[in-house]
Design a protein around this ligand. Structure first.
Ligand code: COA
Length: 244
């Protein structure tokens, strides 16, 4: 999926907010898709946040709150069963960083820059940024980024675990494809369940998370793919997974 408004550094417009959840849902339901990759068009940005030029007074704050509570456009990312990878170069600010944080894996080019400029615009994160950043970085660093709005470079982002992989800018597309292919080569159902175990489990206490894990593993025990993987191991060949 490409965030494709390079002239505006891929800032998120109303049209994009409409299109994004649909695009994610379609890819998630497409049997031929194993991994979803999100990237930004053009040389300068993954995404420079919400489109500031579209900012206008809201008709009714209460209405705004209702609309966001029940159907934020970012939900598409949270509801995806398949792995979603953010492939990040250039500016990754505000809502762009919120999108990246909603993805499962973040791979970044060395030219990537991250930050939350919202409070300088009289607003704050609105699609989970303040909630997700603290889960990824811990309270101290999350508050530092959210309250200062200062940008950090890719090197630092990698050091602190905001991104898990760091590559040269010219190698980002290939490295992202290689990462996606590594995941896509695994058993599809196992991948979907393993993602669910990690994601849902991270919000549970350990005992409940372990129960979820064993429930999901139980569902995998009778799959054709598990038997195929064992057969392939014995026959010293690559397994041919079917997603069943
Ligand atoms: N919304 C709307 N348009 C944006 C945008 C945004 N969030 N971010 C960049 N653009 C547009 C610029 O207006 C400019 O278009 P224009 O020439 O038609 O005016 C184009 O993208 C290029 O950006 P520009 O500001 O000229 O590039 P720069 O290299 O000088 O600065 C940034 C890059 C990212 C530092 C700067 O664009 C910026 O601060 N953007 C806003 C980031 C932000 O606050 N995001 C959070 C919103 S809640």
């Amino acid at each position: 999926m490409t965030l494709n408004r390079p002239d505006a550094l891929n800032a998120i417009s109303a049209e994009m907010r409409e299109a994004l959840p649909r695009a994610i849902r379609d890819a998630d339901q497409d049997e031929t898709v194993r991994v979803i990759v999100v990237r930004g068009a053009g040389p300068r940005a993954f995404c420079a946040g919400a489109d500031i030029k579209e900012f206008a007074p809201v008709a009714s704050p209460a209405e705004y709150r209702q609309s966001r509570v029940h159907g934020s456009w970012i939900r598409g990312f949270d509801e995806a069963r398949k792995p979603v990878v953010a492939s990040i170069h250039g500016f990754c600010l505000g809502g762009g960083l919120e999108i990246a944080l909603a993805c499962d894996i973040r791979i970044a080019a060395r030219d990537a820059v991250f930050g939350f400029p919202e409070t300088g615009l009289g607003i704050m994160t609105g699609v989970g940024g303040s909630q997700r950043i603290v889960r990824v970085l811990g309270l101290g660093l999350a508050l530092d980024l959210v309250l200062t709005g200062e940008r950090i470079g890719a090197e630092r982002a990698h050091q602190v675990g905001l991104v898990s992989r760091l590559v040269e800018p010219e190698g980002l597309a290939d490295a992202t494809r290689a990462l996606a292919e590594t995941i896509a080569a695994k058993a599809p159902l196992a991948t979907v369940f393993a993602k669910e175990a990690v994601r849902k489990g991270s919000e549970l206490e350990l005992g409940a998370g372990m129960k979820l894990e064993v429930d999901l593993l139980s569902l995998l025990l009778n799959t054709e793919d598990r038997l195929e993987a064992a057969r392939a191991f014995k026959e010293k060949r690559k397994p041919a997974f079917k997603g069943r």
